[in-house]
Design a protein. Structure first.
Length: 257
């Protein structure tokens, strides 16, 4: 058997050390694979939802700070609203018990006060976060793509209404189709970039999770004092929670586009 390797999916020749096919993205198993017969190959249909990125691409990509912060703000805002909703439900539950005579108001006075106080804090936090929310770059690209799609559709109506000449119609149609294609490509490129950011955040979150486990172990073996452990735990946990919120929001955005 030849020592050359070929992709089992598309037949593309592979280079030593390749983990994925450079042509179709299929994972490469660690064995010699004979080149398949071309007429039996059915290349995969590329999708926007499950791209395959190389380790190098993930290492080199940088998430713009303002966008990372934006995903974090959105994730934190969603979490804050969910907590506010839970508090509202709890207060309503207690008030229903009081109204029905099941419990006495005095018995739950302090708890209701604490719940309402926490709700007020969360409301203030929510207002602050909402003031930081800004449109994502993808939002503008979606609007641009939709704009040229609508203009293409409208061109046909205008052609009939204004009795456009064939030459003018074809010229403008070609122009609009090109602009629509360019807008679509920019949107797809932005989605691919966001999917790469997602992969990067997933790997960074995994590393931070390992850091937390190592920290717990060092503390458990007595290598770290309680003060050092608490200090390090706070720093790692804050970063981990922020990354977790940003990742959750980015993932949700990708499911909607």
């Amino acid at each position: 058997m030849s020592t050359l390797k070929y992709c089992i999916n598309c037949g593309n020749k592979l280079n030593p050390g390749d983990k994925f096919c450079r042509k179709c993205g299929t994972p490469i198993k660690d064995l010699d694979i004979p080149k398949p017969t071309i007429h039996t190959v059915t290349p995969p249909t590329p999708t926007e939802k499950e791209p395959i990125f190389s380790d190098r691409e993930v290492r080199e990509i940088e998430i713009p700070t303002e966008l990372y912060e934006q995903f974090g703000h959105r994730g934190e805002l969603k979490s804050t609203k969910e907590e506010m909703e839970k508090l509202s439900v709890e207060v309503e539950r207690i008030m229903d018990k009081i109204k029905s005579g099941e419990v006495d108001m005095a018995e739950y006075a302090d708890e209701i006060k604490d719940l309402k106080g926490r709700f007020a804090e969360l409301k203030e936090k929510k207002n602050g976060l909402e003031s930081k929310i800004k449109p994502l770059p993808h939002d503008a690209l979606v609007k641009e793509e939709e704009l040229w799609r609508e203009r293409l559709q409208k061109l046909d109506s205008v052609r009939k209404e204004k009795n456009l000449s064939k030459e003018v119609y074809q010229k403008m149609k070609a122009e609009y189709e090109e602009k629509y294609a360019n807008a679509s490509k920019k949107r797809r490129d932005e989605i691919a970039k966001m999917q790469l950011w997602k992969r990067k955040l997933e790997e960074e979150r995994t590393k931070m999770k390992e850091q937390l486990e190592v920290l717990e172990t060092r503390y458990a073996t007595g290598e770290l004092s309680e003060a050092n452990y608490t200090n390090e735990l706070k720093k790692i946990k804050e970063g981990y929670d922020k990354k977790k919120l940003a990742l959750a929001e980015l993932s949700e955005v990708l499911t909607k586009i």
